[in-house]
Design a protein around this ligand. Structure first.
Ligand code: AMP
Length: 192
């Protein structure tokens, strides 16, 4: 099994690259952001709760996010593994993921691929995406800056945990999308 954590700040291109990786290696992509947006669209209780955090650019509480992820991971799938896009975002989520992958899949996280993009480029990308995405959290510069702030306050330290395990690999996330994909593919090939 190959289980990839795709890591990086908001706007670093995780969603796009997760899709490319999932097609290339036949992995199921699990995006917690997409799952929340699906619940918001369908006006579920989970969606209502998540919306109050997402609209401010804050993280949804750990336990809510971990439970949603666990449910998704338990669904049967016919793939070579998983790609986690936008999860884990806190130390507690990282520890929970390790446990769930061990218990549910009898496996482990193979690699954490981290997309590196300068903050000002992130803000520009997110403002541009907001023109077409319809995402409320992309439409306001203050909310965008708060998401980046949350990333440094709570998420950046996740990288340290994967570094300690020797599983952390950085890839430059600025440039041609397909060239970035190729670099990510090459890193996965190394550990296959
Ligand atoms: P994303 O699509 O990954 O940029 O996520 C959009 C928003 O959903 C984030 O700004 C958070 O409010 C929420 N979210 C997504 N994934 C997580 C997570 N792993 N933990 C907490 N909140 C999350």
């Amino acid at each position: 099994m190959i289980n990839i954590v795709l890591f990086g700040p908001p706007g670093s291109g995780k969603g796009t690259q997760a899709q490319h990786l999932s097609e290339k290696f036949n992995l199921k992509q699990i995006s917690t952001g997409d799952l929340f947006r699906y619940n918001i669209k369908n006006e579920t209780e989970l969606g209502k709760l998540a919306k109050s955090f997402i609209d401010k650019g804050e993280l949804v509480p750990d336990q809510v996010t971990i439970d949603m992820l666990t449910d998704e991971l338990r669904k049967p799938s016919n793939t070579n593994g998983f790609i986690f896009d936008g999860f884990p975002r806190t130390v507690a989520q990282t520890e929970a993921l390790e446990k769930i992958v061990r218990q549910e899949l009898n496996s482990e996280i193979s690699i954490c691929l981290s997309l590196v993009v300068d903050d000002e480029i992130l803000v520009q990308r997110l403002i541009k995406r907001g023109e077409t995405s319809g995402r409320t959290d992309d439409s306001d510069v203050e909310i965008i800056r708060n998401r980046i702030k949350e990333y440094y306050a709570k998420t950046a330290e996740v990288a340290e945990l994967y570094k300690k395990q020797g599983k952390y690999v950085e890839v430059n996330g600025v440039g041609d999308i397909s060239e970035i994909s190729e670099k990510l593919f090459a890193e996965v090939e190394k550990i296959k």
